[in-house]
Design a protein around this ligand. Structure first.
Ligand SMILES: O=C(O)CCC(=O)C(=O)O
Length: 290
């Protein structure tokens, strides 16, 4: 008898407890969702721009991690711009901060030496009138800034840090240039370590008053929607041109998706007409480059 009387009370108490449990669960989930939304884990699209041109497809601020080493937000909008599909070329605007650009210039300045090209007959570096800049190779992972930049390049290209050559810093003074060339190798020596160059990330470390554009003379397509800026030089008119802007990173692919060289990736650095152009080049290989 005593047992029969206790059962409804037990049921009531269980009901009260489960109601309380679900109410708490609901409040907790609500608070969690609000917190995640607050820190940006839940993405709510705010850009209603229609994908009517190639440049509007990826226009979105890049979410960045700060792992130390200078990747501080500096308030400049970060967004990606598709330049061309033949060759595949993109600009990541404001990829580096001003502090990062200045750091790369400062540590390289005392070491700059005449730039070389690779001799296709021997695979050895040699001076050439086709490339008149000054340059310096940083060491891979040399400091926290460089480690951080190398990791971010790997993140954006999906090519592991291990496949990257050392960053090369370049300085072009008035009249200096890099004539049209491919970044992939045509000799059998250079590919022995790390295989072919698959892609290049070219980061502009300074603005240039006039000239110094990177130009792709064989790029195909309608570039009318690609953001053009004032002061384009005559050289820039010979193809798809990218005007150097401090912090912007140009990514282009020297290999097609099937792994064969893309002849349309031919490119060059136009002569600087006014100002000094500083840039950082990262060549990315097919396999580990140690
Ligand atoms: O400086 C430029 O704009 C082009 C540089 C370049 O072609 C290279 O480093 O391979």
């Amino acid at each position: 008898m005593a047992k029969q009387k206790q059962q409804p009370r037990l049921k009531k108490s269980m009901l009260r407890h489960s109601t309380l449990f679900f109410a708490l669960l609901f409040i907790f989930s609500l608070l969690l969702a609000l917190t995640l939304f607050g820190v940006g884990f839940i993405f709510v699209p705010t850009d209603s721009g229609e994908a009517t041109s190639i440049t509007s497809i990826v226009r979105k601020t890049v979410v960045r991690e700060n792992e130390g080493g200078g990747d501080e937000e500096d308030g400049r909008e970060r967004w990606t711009e598709v330049l061309s599909w033949e060759p595949r070329a993109f600009v990541y605007h404001n990829f580096l901060t001003k502090a990062e650009c200045e750091h790369l210039i400062d540590i390289s300045k005392p070491h700059m030496q005449k730039s070389f090209v690779v001799d296709p007959k021997t695979g050895l570096p040699r001076a050439s009138s086709a490339r008149t800049s000054y340059g310096w190779f940083l060491r891979k992972g040399q400091d926290a800034f460089i480690r951080n930049i190398e990791k971010r390049i790997a993140d954006l290209t999906f090519i592991p840090v291990e496949n990257g050559e050392s960053i090369q810093i370049l300085r072009y003074e008035t009249g200096q240039e890099y004539k049209f060339h491919h970044d992939y190798f045509s000799d059998k020596f250079s590919v022995q370590r790390g295989g072919q160059r698959v892609a290049t990330v070219l980061i502009y470390l300074s603005d240039v008053e006039e000239g110094g554009e990177t130009v792709f003379p064989r790029a195909k397509g309608d570039f009318s929607s690609v953001s053009r800026r004032n002061n384009s030089s005559v050289c820039a008119g010979t193809g798809l041109a990218v005007k150097p802007r401090m912090g912007d990173a140009l990514l282009f692919w020297s290999m097609k998706p099937d792994g064969t060289p893309d002849p349309n990736s031919l490119h060059g650095g136009c002569p600087v007409i006014n100002g000094t152009k500083w840039s950082a080049t990262k060549w990315l290989r097919m396999s580990e480059y140690i």
